[in-house]
Design a protein around this ligand. Structure first.
Ligand code: G
Ligand code: G
Ligand code: MN
Ligand code: NA
Length: 252
């Protein structure tokens, strides 16, 4: 395929860049962190979404050096914000393929060292799809990474495979409620599920972040259900560094 051929040199040719989306603590009305999201600036096709090229990168193995690059870039950015007094964690999405390299923990440690970033500021987002793989091995690696002080969140929670059972197996810090819930808050069933998830998360000492928050109505509903942390277009789109500077000026 065309994209596959172009993807390979994209890393060396510096065609990838990161955008960052804010997480918002609604109770305290303050910034609660950033999620780094990769973009590909294709020389002819323009900006391509990761939804299109991550699956190809996973198939070809390019996902491994690509994630290396993303982690490094995100950690350095977090460090730079810290130097400017912005003390918020950064999260990076991880493909399950990274666990198959067997060297993820070492890589993360090396990158944190190189960036001079304390592990507490890094969060790795995983998804439920990893139950399809050697889950015991993945859990072993997650334990190692968490013991370093890095946080782990479950992305897109509630839509994938055996969610609840996983919570008993995988050591986690944060649940990110899939935006499908946020988009269906008028449904009493969805509201009941969210409120149960939030209660369960509290008892498990997990943070909850609602994704896909797009308007005040979403915020009000989610607050009623006990959710404090939110992410979505209502608070900020994924932004470039230049856009973030502007966004921060407007908010301060
Ligand atoms: O940013 P956007 O909505 O286009 O993201 C689409 C999908 O790509 C999301 O599921 C998101 O988690 C994923 N994604 C974005 N950046 C990365 C990345 O750096 N690594 C991996 N593995 N997935 C990413
Ligand atoms: O799978 P993951 O949660 O990592 O996907 C993150 C992506 O979700 C972001 O890159 C962004 O493109 C998309 N996203 C973020 N906020 C919103 C939102 O409020 N509405 C919609 N429709 N998509 C969002
Ligand atoms: Mn994510
Ligand atoms: Na998500």
């Amino acid at each position: 395929m065309e994209l596959e051929k172009d993807l390979h040199p994209a890393l060396d040719n510096e065609q990838f860049f990161l955008v960052y989306q804010p997480r918002w603590n609604v109770k305290e009305n303050c910034l609660a962190g950033w999620e780094a999201l990769i973009r590909w600036n294709h020389p002819r096709l323009g900006i391509i979404s990761p939804g299109e090229f991550i699956p190809i990168a996973e198939e070809t193995g390019l996902i491994v050096p690509m994630t290396d690059w993303t982690l490094k870039k995100a950690c350095l950015q977090c460090r730079e914000w810290q130097a400017r007094g912005v003390l918020e964690p950064i999260s990076v999405n991880l493909s399950v393929r990274l666990f198959q390299t067997g060297s993820l923990q070492k890589t993360v440690q090396r990158i944190l060292d190189e960036a001079g970033l304390d592990p507490q500021w890094l969060e790795l987002e995983i998804t439920e799809s990893m139950v399809l793989y050697d889950i015991q091995e993945i859990i072993r690696q997650i334990e190692g990474i968490r013991n370093m002080g890095v946080k782990i969140s479950m992305d897109d929670f509630g839509t994938g495979y055996s969610s609840i059972g996983l919570l008993d197996m995988i050591p986690l810090d944060t649940l990110k409620l899939d935006r499908l819930f946020t988009n269906n808050l008028e449904s009493p069933t969805k509201r009941a599920i969210i409120s149960a998830i939030i209660l369960m998360a509290e008892n498990l000492h997990l943070e909850v972040i609602a994704e896909g928050v797009e308007n005040q109505e979403h915020v009000d509903f989610l607050l009623q259900l006990g959710c404090r942390n939110m992410q979505g277009y209502f608070y900020g789109r994924p932004m470039s560094i230049e856009q973030i500077d502007e966004w921060m000026k407007q908010r301060s």
